[in-house]
Design a protein around this ligand. Sequence first.
Ligand code: SAH
Ligand code: SF4
Length: 432
Amino acid sequence: MNFSDSEIVASIITEKDYQTTDSPEGADIIFLNTCSIRDNAEQKVLNRLKHLQGLRKKNPNLILGVLGCMAERMKTSLLEESQTGLRLDMVVGPDAYRDLPQLLLDVETGQKAVNVILSAEETYADITPVRYASNGISAFISIMRGCENFCSYCVVPYTRGKERSRNPQSIISEAHDLLKAGYKEVTLLGQNVNSYHWEKGEEGWRFPGLLEAIANIDPNLRVRFATSHPKDMSDELLHTIANHPNICKAIHLPAQSGSSSVLKRMNRKYTRETYLNRINAIRRIIPGCAISTDIIAGFCGETTEEHLQTISLMKEVAFDFAFMFKYSERPGTPAEKKYEDDVPEKIKSDRLQEIINLQNQNSLKSNQSDVGQIFEVLVEGFSKKSKQAVSGRNSQNKMVVFPNEGFKPGDYVKVKVEDCSSATLLGKAISQ
Ligand code: SAH
Ligand code: SF4
């Protein structure tokens, strides 16, 4: 999400004769695009900002700005040097990027600049992102912004505002342009993509229709999407995925917990049973589909029994992949107001470790079951370890490494898997 926002920022700025550079040392303006989702994400940004202060010695005119969720959450308090120990020039929230050129002019005349106004409409639909750090093969397309699910632990509804969907025609034309520019894969992005909805007069769009329209652009353009919310994972969407070979067979469906009582406190709006019902629907409608998830360990009031429910859910579903986190209390969220962050740090860490260990076993088992199978892999580039090998992803979003027989990025190659680790499949191209 932030990566996609940075591409929008780059587009707005470079329209006004500013240029991008790879090195902070050579820059006159540095923007940090920030995340507030967990406390450690914010601590990382504050450390980085401390480090960047040093560059002011060499370049007294350096403009340093904080963009995104942390700007939105902390607002002008970020500009109070006596509190933060930081000298910052700009604080700009996620819906105010169009104002950046004007804010930069304000800073150039010696003022501090702030815009943290959230919008109910802004989708940056007309802005063509500058793909400045792309591999030229895969690109993100932001299809909606904000979130109104108000999961009790989550800061996103407060930092990114109301949920709004982007005009479908602008999404479809962005995908067309990417295909023309040589891209082979697009990922449709939103906090809750399967609640995408856009209406104008008689015209109405929902996520399955949008996904289908993008898939129909070209069979050689792969389509992915993230993130899906279990409460909105309809059979219709699953059938759309099943019916289109170029819609990738990988679904990220964050469970957060395997305990219905924890899910209730989290305000996730589903139970363990309804979550499992959706998993069964995926398995039934899209055989061979990879399923990944997000898990939070040690949410407020989590008992040993509730934690064990998460372990049992993970065993039952056997996720192919997971992002796993310790609960981090976020100021201003319903959980902060209503519940006590009462699971001791040591227990949170132990539970997270148990979850990670189990997932590592599940990921390894999932990869082992792929040995002997043939997958179509979209080559992204050389393998990290050797130029004699290339790497890319299969439809299930698993990284596959295989010997380079003159392949180039963007090639689709049939690969037979011969070996694996818990993170990677190793194979060999087979003659087409
Ligand atoms: N919109 C997506 C993802 C949002 S953020 C969704 O609903 O699934 C990505 C992940 O960060 C979440 O799925 C959750 O697992 C985690 N997360 C969010 N807030 C958190 C918090 N306060 N502490 C720990 N993890 C959190
Ligand atoms: Fe946060 Fe829940 Fe929205 Fe995801 S769906 S962004 S976890 S409030």
